[in-house]
Design a protein around this ligand. Structure first.
Ligand code: HEM
Length: 360
C-alpha cells in the first residue's frame, strides 16, 4: 500500500479530506491488515471513513446505565474472585483477569504511514472471537473467558469490551492496587475485527519492547509502569484446570511466579529486578527465562527493563517509591484500556468502591 505524508492541516479539514477520499475509493478501506468493509466499524460507512486517519476511530456510545449498575457488576466479579480463591494454587482469578483486560487492549495500533487508520484495542470486545482468543499469545485466557461468561450471563446488557476491561479494573483494586478510573460505552464489533499477532513476544529485548509499545502510543515510563503488573500472577506451561476439565490446555510455556505475593499488587517486581543479585538463566528444556535463588522468575522482556539504561532508571524509581508506581499505573492502565476510543464529552469516569470499602 502506498504511504503518504500528512501535511500540517486542521483536524476538521483532515476529516473532510478523508471522507472525500472514501467517497471516491469505493466501499472498502484497505490496510496492511487486509481488506475490510467500511460498514464494519462501530459507526459504519462515512463516519468510519471520516475517522480513518484518527487515532481514536472508535466512538463510545452514551450509556443509559448509571454508576451503581456498573458497581453491581464490579461487585459480582469481585465476589467471584473472593469466593473461588483456590484457582491456580490459591493465587486466585485476579491476575488472569488483569492479563485478559490487557490482551484485549494491547492489540491496538495507532494510525501510521503504513496504515492510516488506527485498529484494535478493547473497544469491540473482539478477544471473545475464536480467531483472536486462539492467537498463541492468548494461551490460557480461555479460562478468563469462562469466568467472564458467567458474569455476562447475569448482566447481559454490558458490552463484552466494557466487561473485560471492568474485570481488569476490579481485579487490580481487589488485589490492593490503586483506584483505576473507568468509562463505559464500548460496543460489540464483528469477528472480522479480531486481531492476531500483535501482542508482545516475551523472548525479546528492550528495543523490541520499546517499538511494540510505541505502536500503541506509549512512552518509556508508561511501558515500565504497565509491565509492573507482573508483580501479579504466574506463568504456566499448562493453564490451570477448570472444574470438570480433564485435559489441560497449553499456557505460555514459561513457568513460575514473579513475586512471593502474586495476588497482592505491589512494587515488588521492580524491587526484585533492582535488588536481587541471584538472577540466572533457568536450567530446563523450556523457553529461556530467568530464575532467582527462591525460584521466582523473570521473562527476557522483564530483564530487558534493567538491561536498558533508560528503562533501568524508571525501574529504580518505582522500586524506591510504591506510591509513585501506583499513581502512574492507575493512569497508564486506564489509558491502555481506552486505546482508540473517543468518548462523548459528557461521559463520566467511574471510580468503583472495593468490597472492603462497602463492608461486603
Ligand atoms: C513486553 C510486554 C509483556 C510480555 C512479553 C508479557 C508476557 C507475559 C507472559 C508470557 C505471561 C505468562 C502467561 C501464562 O503462562 O499464563 C504473562 C502473564 C501476565 N501478564 Fe504479561 N506480558 C507483558 C506485559 C504485560 C502488561 C502490560 C500487563 C498488564 C498491565 C501484564 C499483565 C500480566 C499478568 C497479570 C500476568 C499473570 C497472568 C496469570 O497469572 O494468569 N503483562 N505475561
Amino acid at each position: 500500500m502506498a504511504t503518504f505524508a500528512i501535511p500540517r492541516i486542521s483536524r476538521r479539514a483532515l476529516y473532510a479530506l478523508s471522507g472525500a477520499t472514501a467517497l471516491v475509493s469505493g466501499t472498502y478501506v484497505y490496510s496492511h491488515y487486509g481488506k475490510r468493509p467500511q460498514g464494519n466499524g462501530p459507526n459504519g460507512g462515512k463516519m468510519m471513513a471520516a475517522a480513518a486517519i484518527a487515532n481514536t476511530p472508535f466512538h463510545a456510545e452514551k450509556v443509559s446505565h448509571v454508576e451503581g449498575d456498573y458497581q453491581k457488576i464490579y461487585n459480582a466479579i469481585a465476589e467471584a474472585i473472593r469466593d473461588n480463591d483456590e484457582y491456580d494454587d490459591y493465587i486466585g482469578w485476579g491476575p488472569v483477569l488483569v492479563r485478559y483486560a490487557w490482551h484485549s487492549s494491547g492489540t491496538y495500533a495507532q494510525a501510521s504511514s503504513g496504515c492510516p487508520h488506527a485498529t484494535g484495542g478493547s473497544f469491540g470486545g473482539t478477544i471473545r472471537w475464536p480467531k483472536e482468543l486462539g492467537d498463541g499469545a492468548n494461551n490460557g485466557l480461555q479460562n478468563a473467558e469462562w469466568f467472564m461468561k458467567k458474569i455476562h450471563d447475569k448482566f447481559d446488557w454490558i458490552s463484552w469490551g466494557d466487561l473485560v476491561t471492568l474485570g481488569g479494573v476490579t481485579a487490580i483494586q481487589e488485589m490492593g492496587g490503586p483506584k483505576i478510573g473507568w468509562r463505559a460505552g464500548r460496543k460489540e464489533l464483528s469477528a472480522d475485527n479480531a486481531m492476531t499477532s500483535r501482542l508482545p513476544d516475551a523472548s525479546k529485548d528492550a528495543d523490541y519492547v520499546r517499538h511494540l509499545f510505541a505502536r500503541m502510543g506509549f512512552e518509556d515510563r508508561e511501558v515500565v509502569s504497565l509491565i509492573g503488573a507482573h508483580a501479579l500472577g504466574s506463568c504456566h506451561v499448562y493453564a490451570p484446570l477448570l472444574p470438570g476439565q480433564k485435559k489441560p490446555i497449553p499456557g505460555s510455556g514459561y513457568t513460575n511466579r514473579w513475586t512471593a505475593s502474586p495476588n497482592y499488587f505491589t512494587n515488588e517486581f521492580f524491587k526484585l529486578l533492582v535488588d536481587d543479585k541471584s538472577w540466572h538463566w533457568k536450567e530446563w528444556d523450556g523457553p529461556k527465562q530467568w530464575e532467582n535463588k527462591d525460584g521466582l522468575m523473570m521473562l527476557p522482556t522483564d530483564m530487558a527493563l534493567v538491561q536498558d539504561p533508560k528503562y533501568k532508571k524508571i525501574v529504580e524509581m518505582y522500586a524506591k517509591d510504591q506510591d509513585l508506581f501506583f499513581k502512574d499505573f492507575a493512569k497508564d492502565f486506564q489509558k491502555l484500556l481506552e486505546l482508540g476510543i473517543e468518548y462523548p464529552k459528557e461521559t463520566k469516569t467511574f471510580y468503583f468502591k472495593t468490597l472492603d470499602e462497602q463492608n461486603i
